[in-house]
Ligand binder design. Structure first.
Ligand SMILES: CC(C)(COP(=O)(O)OP(=O)(O)OC[C@H]1O[C@@H](n2cnc3c(N)ncnc32)[C@H](O)[C@@H]1OP(=O)(O)O)[C@@H](O)C(=O)NCCC(=O)NCCS
Length: 169
């Protein structure tokens, strides 16, 4: 399978925050943002693998900044690393200033998707070759994040998470 670059999976979703999508403080409801991120990440995983993909895990979500009603929100998703059948997707959330048009980073998240066949069985995906310094940094840390996610899910013994353990020694 020919390896791919993260840029080939880049997915950008831009949309408004409408009144039905806000909490009592008139900020974007967290679940709505999770759904937008899941959609963008799913398209990125599909672009990388060209297969059916399913969300295996939401590894990290940081709601650092509230996003007010009426904001223009951009969700940017890219595959940061692929393993055998799984792909880590890094998601950056940007909010656009109405007057200047400048974009400020509001949140970020990391999802894991798995490529599957028609019966739902995991299938292999292309490897990935990172290019930019940010892509390389995210690629290098992805194995530790995968191990952490598997340990938390009870699918890996902590003693087998070699690269993750090395962080603390
Ligand atoms: C995700 C799913 C396909 C994994 O199937 P499985 O039988 O556990 O298969 P495996 O154990 O071979 O795991 C497949 C890959 O997923 C990875 N994976 C599984 N759970 C994971 C987790 N919690 N975090 C990170 N990676 C995970 C495995 O490490 C493996 O990766 P690799 O092939 O790249 O090494 C299966 O659990 C599933 O279909 N879940 C439901 C998905 C779904 O419906 N999502 C929508 C949410 S409602």
């Amino acid at each position: 399978m020919t390896p791919k670059h993260p840029s080939e999976s880049l997915t950008i979703l831009t949309d408004l925050v409408l009144p039905s999508e806000t909490n009592p403080l008139n900020n974007l409801f967290g679940g709505e943002l999770l759904a937008r991120m899941d959609r963008a990440a799913s398209i990125a995983a599909r672009r990388h693998s060209r297969r059916i993909v399913v969300t295996a895990s939401v590894n990290h979500v940081a709601f650092n900044r509230a996003i007010p009603l009426g904001s223009v929100v951009t969700v940017e998703a890219k595959v940061s690393r692929s393993f055998k059948s799984s792909m880590e997707i890094f998601i950056d959330i940007w909010v656009e200033d109405r007057e200047s048009g400048n974009k400020t980073k509001a949140n970020e998240a990391i999802y894991t998707f798995v490529a599957v066949d028609d019966t739902g069985r995991p299938v292999e995906v292309p490897q990935i070759i990172p290019e930019t310094p940010l892509e390389i940094a995210r690629f290098e840390a992805a194995l530790r994040r995968k191990q952490l996610s598997l340990v938390i899910a009870g699918k890996m013994k902590p003693e087998d998470a070699t690269e993750l353990k090395a962080l603390f020694i």
